[in-house]
Write a protein that binds this ligand. Structure first.
Ligand code: AMP
Length: 216
Protein backbone atom coordinates (compact mmCIF):
# COMPACT_ATOMS: atom_id res chain seq x y z
CA UNK A 1 0.00 0.00 0.00
CA UNK A 2 1.08 3.55 -0.69
CA UNK A 3 -0.18 5.85 2.01
CA UNK A 4 0.19 9.46 3.05
CA UNK A 5 -0.56 10.65 6.58
CA UNK A 6 -1.51 14.30 6.65
CA UNK A 7 -2.11 16.50 9.66
CA UNK A 8 -0.65 19.28 11.77
CA UNK A 9 2.63 18.84 13.65
CA UNK A 10 1.86 16.96 16.84
CA UNK A 11 -1.11 15.07 15.34
CA UNK A 12 0.78 11.82 15.99
CA UNK A 13 1.80 11.13 12.38
CA UNK A 14 5.22 9.77 13.39
CA UNK A 15 3.94 7.30 15.99
CA UNK A 16 1.04 6.15 13.85
CA UNK A 17 3.02 5.79 10.62
CA UNK A 18 5.78 3.75 12.17
CA UNK A 19 3.23 1.33 13.68
CA UNK A 20 1.25 1.20 10.44
CA UNK A 21 4.33 0.61 8.31
CA UNK A 22 5.34 -2.28 10.59
CA UNK A 23 1.94 -3.90 10.19
CA UNK A 24 1.75 -3.35 6.43
CA UNK A 25 5.38 -4.39 5.91
CA UNK A 26 5.88 -1.06 4.14
CA UNK A 27 8.66 1.47 4.67
CA UNK A 28 8.05 4.46 6.90
CA UNK A 29 9.42 7.59 5.25
CA UNK A 30 9.41 10.61 7.54
CA UNK A 31 10.81 13.76 5.91
CA UNK A 32 11.41 15.29 9.35
CA UNK A 33 13.40 12.24 10.54
CA UNK A 34 15.44 12.16 7.32
CA UNK A 35 16.24 15.88 7.67
CA UNK A 36 17.22 15.44 11.34
CA UNK A 37 19.60 12.62 10.31
CA UNK A 38 21.08 14.85 7.58
CA UNK A 39 21.60 17.59 10.18
CA UNK A 40 23.23 15.21 12.58
CA UNK A 41 25.73 14.14 9.92
CA UNK A 42 26.15 17.77 8.85
CA UNK A 43 25.65 17.00 5.15
CA UNK A 44 25.17 19.93 2.76
CA UNK A 45 21.41 19.32 2.83
CA UNK A 46 21.42 19.09 6.63
CA UNK A 47 23.30 22.37 6.96
CA UNK A 48 20.91 24.07 4.55
CA UNK A 49 17.83 22.71 6.30
CA UNK A 50 18.68 23.57 9.88
CA UNK A 51 17.85 27.28 9.77
CA UNK A 52 14.41 26.60 8.32
CA UNK A 53 13.72 23.82 10.81
CA UNK A 54 14.73 25.85 13.86
CA UNK A 55 12.54 28.73 12.71
CA UNK A 56 9.49 26.46 12.24
CA UNK A 57 9.32 27.18 8.50
CA UNK A 58 9.53 24.82 5.54
CA UNK A 59 12.66 23.68 3.76
CA UNK A 60 12.41 24.69 0.05
CA UNK A 61 10.34 22.39 -2.17
CA UNK A 62 13.09 21.53 -4.67
CA UNK A 63 15.38 20.19 -1.92
CA UNK A 64 12.60 18.19 -0.28
CA UNK A 65 11.36 16.78 -3.57
CA UNK A 66 14.82 15.60 -4.57
CA UNK A 67 15.35 14.00 -1.16
CA UNK A 68 11.96 12.26 -0.95
CA UNK A 69 11.63 11.19 -4.59
CA UNK A 70 15.01 9.49 -4.21
CA UNK A 71 13.72 7.44 -1.26
CA UNK A 72 10.37 6.61 -2.84
CA UNK A 73 12.05 5.39 -6.00
CA UNK A 74 14.47 3.14 -4.08
CA UNK A 75 14.13 -0.67 -4.04
CA UNK A 76 13.05 -0.85 -0.37
CA UNK A 77 9.99 1.31 -1.12
CA UNK A 78 8.83 -0.79 -4.08
CA UNK A 79 6.57 -2.91 -1.83
CA UNK A 80 4.78 0.14 -0.39
CA UNK A 81 5.38 3.08 1.91
CA UNK A 82 3.83 5.31 4.52
CA UNK A 83 4.73 8.96 4.00
CA UNK A 84 4.89 11.09 7.14
CA UNK A 85 5.45 14.86 6.86
CA UNK A 86 5.66 14.78 3.06
CA UNK A 87 4.14 16.22 0.96
CA UNK A 88 3.63 19.47 2.86
CA UNK A 89 2.88 21.90 0.01
CA UNK A 90 0.89 21.74 -3.25
CA UNK A 91 4.08 21.77 -5.42
CA UNK A 92 5.42 18.84 -3.36
CA UNK A 93 2.15 16.92 -3.85
CA UNK A 94 2.23 17.58 -7.59
CA UNK A 95 5.89 16.50 -7.81
CA UNK A 96 5.03 13.31 -5.92
CA UNK A 97 2.05 12.56 -8.19
CA UNK A 98 4.16 13.02 -11.30
CA UNK A 99 6.83 10.67 -10.03
CA UNK A 100 4.34 8.00 -8.95
CA UNK A 101 2.56 8.22 -12.31
CA UNK A 102 5.91 7.44 -13.95
CA UNK A 103 6.47 4.52 -11.58
CA UNK A 104 2.97 3.27 -12.46
CA UNK A 105 1.48 3.15 -8.96
CA UNK A 106 -0.40 6.11 -7.52
CA UNK A 107 -1.18 6.88 -3.88
CA UNK A 108 -3.82 4.46 -2.53
CA UNK A 109 -5.04 6.55 0.38
CA UNK A 110 -4.40 9.81 2.22
CA UNK A 111 -5.45 9.83 5.86
CA UNK A 112 -5.90 13.30 7.28
CA UNK A 113 -5.52 13.33 11.07
CA UNK A 114 -7.51 16.30 12.34
CA UNK A 115 -6.36 17.74 15.66
CA UNK A 116 -7.04 21.07 17.37
CA UNK A 117 -4.21 23.61 17.57
CA UNK A 118 -4.45 23.76 21.36
CA UNK A 119 -4.18 19.97 21.65
CA UNK A 120 -1.15 19.65 19.37
CA UNK A 121 0.59 22.67 20.92
CA UNK A 122 0.26 21.04 24.36
CA UNK A 123 1.59 17.74 23.03
CA UNK A 124 4.64 19.33 21.38
CA UNK A 125 5.71 21.88 23.97
CA UNK A 126 5.52 19.28 26.76
CA UNK A 127 7.73 16.76 24.95
CA UNK A 128 11.20 16.13 26.42
CA UNK A 129 13.69 13.46 25.41
CA UNK A 130 16.88 11.92 26.63
CA UNK A 131 19.86 12.91 24.45
CA UNK A 132 21.62 9.68 25.47
CA UNK A 133 19.10 6.87 24.94
CA UNK A 134 16.41 8.70 22.95
CA UNK A 135 13.60 7.91 25.40
CA UNK A 136 10.73 10.41 25.05
CA UNK A 137 8.69 11.78 27.99
CA UNK A 138 5.83 14.24 28.24
CA UNK A 139 5.56 16.57 31.23
CA UNK A 140 1.80 15.88 31.59
CA UNK A 141 1.05 12.54 29.87
CA UNK A 142 4.12 10.42 30.62
CA UNK A 143 6.31 12.41 33.03
CA UNK A 144 9.70 11.13 34.17
CA UNK A 145 9.88 9.98 37.81
CA UNK A 146 12.20 12.90 38.57
CA UNK A 147 11.45 16.19 36.78
CA UNK A 148 13.83 16.89 33.90
CA UNK A 149 15.81 13.65 34.25
CA UNK A 150 15.73 10.39 32.25
CA UNK A 151 14.28 7.44 34.21
CA UNK A 152 16.69 5.00 32.60
CA UNK A 153 20.06 6.72 32.70
CA UNK A 154 19.66 9.90 34.80
CA UNK A 155 20.72 12.22 31.93
CA UNK A 156 19.14 15.71 31.84
CA UNK A 157 16.24 15.76 29.37
CA UNK A 158 16.22 18.19 26.44
CA UNK A 159 13.46 19.75 24.37
CA UNK A 160 13.71 19.83 20.57
CA UNK A 161 14.38 23.42 19.54
CA UNK A 162 11.34 23.32 17.27
CA UNK A 163 9.15 22.21 20.20
CA UNK A 164 9.73 25.52 22.00
CA UNK A 165 6.44 27.44 22.34
CA UNK A 166 7.28 30.24 19.86
CA UNK A 167 8.50 27.82 17.21
CA UNK A 168 5.45 25.56 17.71
CA UNK A 169 3.22 28.55 17.10
CA UNK A 170 5.12 29.30 13.86
CA UNK A 171 4.91 25.64 12.79
CA UNK A 172 1.13 25.76 13.21
CA UNK A 173 0.88 28.99 11.20
CA UNK A 174 2.99 27.36 8.46
CA UNK A 175 0.76 24.27 8.57
CA UNK A 176 -2.45 26.26 8.05
CA UNK A 177 -0.98 28.37 5.25
CA UNK A 178 0.98 25.74 3.30
CA UNK A 179 -0.10 22.23 4.21
CA UNK A 180 -3.80 22.46 5.03
CA UNK A 181 -4.66 23.15 1.33
CA UNK A 182 -3.54 19.57 0.59
CA UNK A 183 -6.75 18.34 2.23
CA UNK A 184 -8.78 19.82 -0.64
CA UNK A 185 -6.20 18.70 -3.19
CA UNK A 186 -6.48 15.05 -2.16
CA UNK A 187 -10.23 15.25 -1.57
CA UNK A 188 -10.50 16.29 -5.23
CA UNK A 189 -8.59 13.16 -6.19
CA UNK A 190 -11.01 10.95 -4.25
CA UNK A 191 -8.35 9.38 -1.99
CA UNK A 192 -8.85 11.35 1.24
CA UNK A 193 -10.29 10.15 4.54
CA UNK A 194 -10.33 12.53 7.53
CA UNK A 195 -10.29 11.16 11.04
CA UNK A 196 -10.41 12.73 14.51
CA UNK A 197 -6.91 12.77 15.97
CA UNK A 198 -7.76 14.38 19.31
CA UNK A 199 -8.29 10.95 20.91
CA UNK A 200 -5.90 8.41 22.49
CA UNK A 201 -3.14 6.89 20.32
CA UNK A 202 -4.78 3.43 20.10
CA UNK A 203 -8.17 4.87 19.12
CA UNK A 204 -6.59 7.04 16.44
CA UNK A 205 -4.68 4.01 15.14
CA UNK A 206 -7.89 1.96 14.87
CA UNK A 207 -9.49 4.78 12.87
CA UNK A 208 -6.51 4.95 10.51
CA UNK A 209 -6.63 1.19 9.91
CA UNK A 210 -10.38 1.41 9.20
CA UNK A 211 -9.74 4.29 6.77
CA UNK A 212 -7.09 2.25 4.95
CA UNK A 213 -9.51 -0.67 4.62
CA UNK A 214 -12.02 1.71 3.09
CA UNK A 215 -14.36 1.72 6.11
CA UNK A 216 -13.27 5.11 7.40
P1 AMP B 1 8.48 17.26 11.33
O1 AMP B 1 9.27 16.42 12.26
O2 AMP B 1 7.75 16.49 10.26
O3 AMP B 1 7.55 18.22 12.05
O4 AMP B 1 9.53 18.17 10.53
C1 AMP B 1 10.43 19.03 11.21
C2 AMP B 1 10.82 20.19 10.31
O5 AMP B 1 11.48 19.68 9.13
C3 AMP B 1 9.65 21.01 9.76
O6 AMP B 1 9.23 22.01 10.67
C4 AMP B 1 10.29 21.61 8.50
O7 AMP B 1 11.18 22.67 8.81
C5 AMP B 1 11.13 20.46 7.99
N1 AMP B 1 10.35 19.60 7.06
C6 AMP B 1 9.95 18.31 7.26
N2 AMP B 1 9.26 17.85 6.22
C7 AMP B 1 9.21 18.86 5.32
C8 AMP B 1 8.60 19.00 4.04
N3 AMP B 1 7.90 18.01 3.46
N4 AMP B 1 8.74 20.20 3.40
C9 AMP B 1 9.44 21.20 3.95
N5 AMP B 1 10.01 21.14 5.15
C10 AMP B 1 9.90 19.98 5.86
Amino acid sequence: MRLVLLGPPGAGKGTQSSRLAGELKAVHLSSGDILRAERKSQTDLGKLAQGYMDAGSLVPDDLILRMMIGRISGPDASGGFVLDGFPRTIPQAKGLDERLAKLGHPIDRVVNIEADDAVVARRLTGRWSCPKDGRVFHESYSPPKRKGVCDLCGTALVRRKDDEPQVVSQRLTTYHAETRPLVEYYRGRGVLTSIDGNAEIDDVYARIVAACRGNG
